[in-house]
Design a binder for this molecule. Structure first.
Ligand SMILES: Nc1ncnc2c1ncn2[C@@H]1O[C@H](COP(=O)(O)OP(=O)(O)O)[C@@H](O)[C@H]1O
Ligand SMILES: [Mg+2]
Length: 132
């Protein structure tokens, strides 16, 4: 059966639930422990950003097949305030909350594919894929 789970982020505990769903999916797909850690870290950062800046939102974890590739796709979608300057948000150390500003650039580094689609006043969708 194809793996797919959708975790609504409506409280801080849901960050843990999203992380666990990611770890389970990565294990089932036979990712190694290092990639499992990359995937769960990426999910944590994206879920935490929804929690901090844009609740409510959803984290979707799913198995994908493209050409001959097999991968795990994370979609973090919210209807929050959006990100005004995506280029800035991708820079290390950029934060509007006194955080570390390492979340978004970290996710980009940890995963194989990464995209952000955001519109001020409408929300943000981040998609990240790790190929097996
Ligand atoms: N889902 C989101 N909705 C709105 N703004 C966001 C979202 N995710 C990230 N941001 C913005 O991008 C900035 C950088 O995010 P990040 O790299 O995770 O660093 P940090 O969370 O430590 O500030 C945040 O401070 C916030 O302004
Ligand atoms: Mg963050």
């Amino acid at each position: 059966m194809t793996i797919k789970s959708n975790i609504p982020i409506i409280s801080e505990w849901d960050i843990v639930a999203a992380r666990q769903a990611g770890r389970e999916a990565a294990k089932k797909m036979n990712f190694g422990t290092v990639d499992q850690a990359r995937i769960t870290t990426a999910i944590s950062e994206l879920a935490r950003n929804i929690f901090l800046y844009a609740m409510p939102g959803n984290i979707i974890v799913e198995e994908i097949h493209e050409n001959n590739k097999y991968g795990l796709k994370i979609t973090a979608a919210d209807q929050g305030p959006g990100i005004e300057n995506i280029k800035l948000a991708l820079e290390d150390g950029y934060t509007t909350s006194g955080g570390l500003g390492a979340g978004v650039p970290g996710v980009k580094r940890l995963m194989d594919e990464f995209s952000i689609d955001s519109e001020v006043g409408r929300g943000t969708v981040v998609v990240a894929v790790k190929w097996l």
